[in-house]
Structure formats: C-alpha cells, structure tokens
Ligand binder design. Sequence first.
Ligand code: MF3
Ligand code: CO
Length: 252
Amino acid sequence: MIVKTSEQQAHMRRASRIVAAVLAKLKNNIRPGISTRELDRMAEEEIIALGGCPAFKGYQGYPHTLCVSVNEEVVHGFPNRRRLKEGDIVSIDMGAIFQGLYGDAALTVGVGVISPAAARLMRVTKESLWKGIEMARAGNHLGDVSHAVQQHAESFGYSVVRDFVGHGIGEALHEPPQVPNFGEKGEGPLLVPGMAIAIEPMINEGGYGVKILSNKWTVVTVDKSLSAHFEHTVLLTEGDPEVLTLQEGELG
Ligand code: MF3
Ligand code: CO
C-alpha cells in the first residue's frame, strides 16, 4: 500500500485530467461508421497535445493507446478497422502519464440507439463503480469497496468478472493492492489517506466466465453476453474520496 506525496498527487491529478478530457472527446466522436482505429489515433494525438504520454502503449507489449471493447468483449479489445454500428456498446479504456505518474479510466457508451437491456447494463455498471467509490474512505477496508460494487451489480441479476480486477496506481499503472469487484465487508487492507486506487467493475449480462482471444489480450464473455466497464482513478483523503478522472459535468 503506497501513500502518495503531495507532489505525486499533483502529477496524478494532471495525468487523470488528461484522461478525463480525452475520454470526453472520444465519447463525443462515437457514432455509427467510425472505426475503432480512428478513435485510437485521436486519443494518442490528444493525450500528447495535452502534455501527457499514452500509458498503455508498450505496457507489457500492449500495442495501442486505447483498449476498445465492443459488445461481448470485456476489456483489452484492440483498435482496428472495425467500424462501430448502431446498437453496439463500446467500452473505452485509457491511461495517461504525466511526469511519471499515472491516471486510468474507462467508460462504456452506446452507439446511436441501443436496446433498453444494453442501456440498463451500462447504467448499473456505472452505478456499481460509484457504490464502490463511496466506500473508498480512510478507515474502511478494501473489501468494503469490493463488496459494494458486487452487491449492486448482482442485485440486478448481473455477474461480476472475477479474472480481472482494479488496482493501486501511481508511479506504475498497476501497483498493489489488487482491487477486486467482489469481496466481503471488513476484509482486505485498511484504507488510508494518500492511497490511490483504480476501481473498475467489469459487469456481464450473463455468466462471469471470460476467455482470452488468440491475440493474447482481448477478453470476451464465454457465453457471448454483453459486458460493460467503467473505471475511475480515486485518491483517498481524510474525507470524501477525490475522483481524479471525473468527467466535466459528471456528478461526484
Ligand atoms: N485499465 C486497464 C487495466 O488497468 C487497462 C490496461 S491495458 C494495458 O488493466 F494494456 F495497459 F495492459
Ligand atoms: Co485500470
């Protein structure tokens, strides 16, 4: 568990603001016909224009700036020639580095008009993230965060992906502790001010089983059901959690 200095916190704020601004721009550009590769190029240009560096490109050999995961893809989808079509749901995950410190966030958006079922999955996944954020307070345990996420998602009949989890974040994209989206109240490490975690529920409409495709990265649901993903980088304080990747206009 790594407590961040105030200088590290300032750099994380800046990295995270870049992430939030670029995700907002990508969201506004999502429409039927755009290719996921075009989104990747836009993201890379914008991160650099804002003074950051893409965090994922080259990370353990990951070849792109964005992860773009469509419909039954859960996370780590490759940007490619695929064009988005009306009714798809697309998860966009992005990280940026500023002065060696990281910010990381993800959101899922509908392309044009989507089904009520897809809209509900997206809404509940985002709500689950916020239930977790609400518990990210000094004096709580990490299991309180995990449990709150799981409880909300499962109360709607959805399942929580087990094989991938959130993480500590700071001078590396992934730092201890792991932040599962399932768990028991009161278990896991005690939360203290100055810790930073990325909370990132991956919620499936069907079962929680996932598998990795032959590109060695892209994760899909085994039963081909839809999956949604929302993530924020959160700094723990003496009081309310500080959501570093908050979107302009998003209620915190
Ligand atoms: N937000 C994801 C995570 O924390 C994205 C990582 S993609 C990678 O795992 F390419 F950087 F690995
Ligand atoms: Co992450």
